[in-house]
Write a protein that binds this ligand. Sequence first.
Ligand code: M6R
Length: 606
Amino acid sequence: MCGIIGIASYKDISKEILESLKKLEYRGYDSAGISTINNGEIVENKCAGKVSDLEKLIKKTSLSGNIGIGHVRWATHGAPNQANAHPHSSEEVSVVHNGIIENSAIIKKELIDKGHIFKSQTDTEVVTHLITENLKKMNYLESVFETLKKLEGSFALGIIFKKFNNLIVGARRGSPLAVGYTDKEKYIGSDSYALNSMTKEVSYLDDGDVCVLTKDKIEFFDKNKKKIEKKIHKLANDEAVYSKGNFKDFMSKEISEQPEVIKKCINEYLDKIRKEINIVNFPVDPKKITKVNLIACGTAYHACAIGKYWFEEFTNIDVSVDVASEFRYRNNKIKTNELYIFVSQSGETADTIAALDFCKKKGAKTCAIINVTESSLSRLADLVLPIHVGPEVGVASTKAFTGQILVLLLFILKIARNRNEIKEEEYLNIIKDLENIHSKVSLILNNKKIIEDLAVDFIDIKGSIFLGRGLSYPVALEGALKFKELTYLHAEGYPAGEMKHGPLALVENGMPVIVIAPKDRFYEKTISNMQEVIARGGKILLISDHADEVATSENIWSEIRIPKIHKFLSPFLSNIPLQLLAYYVALKKGNDIDKPRNLAKSVTVE
Ligand code: M6R
């Protein structure tokens, strides 16, 4: 999951290429680099670290050229150092790559036997040497096709040539690649977001496609080298939403946007007069669905886990929830009367795409709940339900999680109503509370200072446990994920009732245990589990909407009171303090909030 950019222009592209790389940094920030063609030579600049480090390097060495490719890296093969940073260049060719070349070790050996000398530990460098070898006997396009034939794995590639110095070749198999057009320039990019500030017209390569860009035109070829045409998509003009505004970081901006995005998303889906949810074109008739399968990764998986509880509450449909990286390799019995729902913020997560592809190939009907509508997943699914939360830049997912559970809930309510499995009164009560939920999220956000003050006590902890039951169990999982991702401190999410089957052994004097206990049918049981933790010295931070002096007693270290809401809607509120807690602890530790170490926003490798 790296970021690629390529620009073919009539003018010097150094500034544009750097700016695009800054936008692509959410895909990886271990190292960065650029190659241009300057005075008939390939000039490569690259370094370990962020794009700002590359910018400093380039100021010293100077960079220019009308044709160039750039890259931000998330290391897979080889440490994040200068030698392993992309581009990887020979005398003749320079290559940037996103994905993994699975048979690189075998190819490398063959090339070494032919006298090629490798400078890095990356899988990508074999592409550079293979093309260089092929160029000895064929033209640039043939040499690329010949190289692609040998590669196994997934990739998006950007390639420039010393001898063919007015063009860029792009290729895709498995990893996404977009191209962009203006009158005077042409582009390739890992996604349309990187191209958005330069053009509003893009096309997407399909697997096996190759494209050739000059400043004047783009030509497309399919895997059989046949010339093909591509549909041109218009991008929305939403540059302003990519700015931090007055916020310190994107994450705090995105947390604070949640009341607004909830309102916007409800407006998109709900007919407020008829109280109808506007979702049509079901790929499987809701009345005939025999089972629903929810599949995703990370935070989106936690959204699915919440969806399972809702499906079971409101419908009689069987439900399974799966992590995409497991689902795609299991011996799944895919059935055409089941519905397969994929949830993803980016729509580019490699495992989620592969899982959807697997289902499609077996004839199943698929639905994707996504944020980035110009993504691979949205092009593949039979039904696409956007979450309408706007671009999420911070690596830690916050407003997208809220949007994902909101759209899942609306979808489930729609299916339940269609099947006559939810009582009208219950449906209307939920809709009524949903319409008002944004103001309750605002109330929690207005009191964030309480959480900021509590955060100081978490800086030096050894680890923490997040507990919940029912709908609050996936909330606990999500709270723990956010906490470890941002603070680099160990955190474990657990079903409160499972503690005594092992994890209770971890609890010692002063260990922070975060208990999520809204007043639902699990409340008393969770409070009992909490007392078991207190008895072992656990330091409790309770998140609840219920004032219960007797049950909670003076043994609680601290409590965050959230507003009351319909019992099935509690995740929308209980998750917010957990986002804030992770944020403030990370801030106080001085961690990089928007780019936590070792991670990337879009996980395009499996
Ligand atoms: O783009 P996706 O929603 O498919 O991404 C899935 C996960 O990589 C993502 O949710 C990840 O877990 C977040 N960084 C967590 O905050």
